[in-house]
Design a protein around this ligand. Structure first.
Ligand SMILES: NC(=O)c1ccc[n+]([C@@H]2O[C@H](COP(=O)([O-])OP(=O)(O)OC[C@H]3O[C@@H](n4cnc5c(N)ncnc54)[C@H](OP(=O)(O)O)[C@@H]3O)[C@@H](O)[C@H]2O)c1
Length: 305
């Protein structure tokens, strides 16, 4: 086991969970922020010269840094390229030069509208957004640069929830405030949702295995293996609201902001490879989490009233 693990993007929602999980597993963790931060040093992955000295302190590296989200990347396309594509490439190159194994995070946004099911890491990639395109460029750079040189694992992660910016977190916030849940038509678009701590545990397990891994670039889809339509997710939150307060939460169907974008009606992912190769088994239950989290949010609101 490599004891010292660097985590880039440690201030992000995934990065924070990764730091906590690695510490719980007994690693000596070296977190780095992307920008000035009181607790952690900043390592800007756009600057290759900043990554190299950071790697001197670590035996393996997790790259959880990124410019995340379709809207964020649409409004800052150059930054999306510099961080998700060129930045990931800088990280991979620095790892090769320093002989440091790497766990990198990509996204199923690289797939676009899938043409085969279930989705695996070899499903063809046709990203339709700047986020997806820049993440794909980064993922391919990591694979190309590390393969045959240092061990690397890239996780193509589905939609992450758990106190972050997911559709579930958004619906919970609205429901706790007594507001309707807006769903873009037709509402049948599907998401596989994985809890942030399941993502962190998958990453920590990959780190556990890196020390004895051969220098091959490996990629896995990491999700929960259960998909829900957005309308179903809203229904679960509205149902939990009804169970807690006795008043059903409203769901409001709205027109889509980008009516020409494809509606992805099916999104089932195959976890067999990540299960058999790494023993990763995401287990947190979305419905249970919605109930517990909504209850807590409602209690909090009642307390401040
Ligand atoms: N959240 C999801 O649903 C999801 C789904 C699939 C894949 N992923 C992937 O998982 C990774 C982490 O996502 P997240 O949700 O944790 O994102 P997040 O909460 O937005 O955090 C992004 C992290 O990246 C850091 N960062 C930004 N620009 C940087 C730069 N130039 N150099 C170094 N660090 C930089 C940020 O640091 P500062 O804030 O300190 O600047 C922050 O720590 C990303 O690669 C993302 O593509 C996320």
């Amino acid at each position: 086991m490599s004891d010292r693990v660097g985590v880039l993007g440690a201030t992000g929602s995934v990065g924070q969970a990764v730091v906590q999980t690695l510490e719980d597993r007994g690693y000596d963790v070296y977190p780095a922020a992307g920008s000035a931060h009181e607790e952690y040093p900043a390592v800007d992955i756009r600057n290759r010269g900043a990554i190299q000295p950071f790697l001197e302190h670590v035996d393996s590296l997790v790259n959880a840094a990124g410019l995340v989200g379709i809207d964020a990347c649409r409004s800052r396309p150059d930054a999306a390229f510099e961080i998700n594509a060129a930045g990931a490439s800088n990280v991979a190159w620095a790892c090769v030069r320093a002989d440091v194994p790497l766990v990198h995070l990509s996204s199923v946004a690289t797939i676009g509208d899938p043409d085969e099911f279930p989705i695996t890491a070899t499903t063809s990639r046709n990203p339709t957004t700047t986020y997806g395109r820049t993440k794909l460029a980064g993922e391919r750079a990591v694979r190309t640069l590390t393969d045959g040189r240092v061990p690397s694992v890239t996780f193509c992660v589905t939609n992450v929830y758990g106190d972050g910016e997911s559709v579930v977190d958004y619906f919970l916030e609205r429901a706790a405030a007594g507001e309707d849940l807006p769903v873009h038509r037709p509402g049948t678009q599907e998401r596989d949702l994985i809890h942030v701590h399941d993502v962190a545990s998958g990453i920590a397990t990959a780190v556990d295995r890196l020390a004895e891994a051969d220098s091959i670039a490996r990629s896995y889809v990491l999700g929960r293996g259960v998909s829900y339509s957005v309308l179903e997710i809203a229904g679960l939150v509205a149902h939990a609201h009804n169970a807690s307060t006795g008043s059903p939460g409203g769901i409001e169907l709205r027109e889509r902001p980008n009516p020409n974008s494809p509606v992805v009606d099916r999104f089932d992912v195959d976890l067999e490879r990540v299960r058999s190769a790494l023993g990763v088994e995401p287990a947190r239950d979305l419905e249970e989490w919605i109930e517990v989290k909504l209850e807590r949010r409602l209690e909090c609101r009642n307390r401040v009233r």
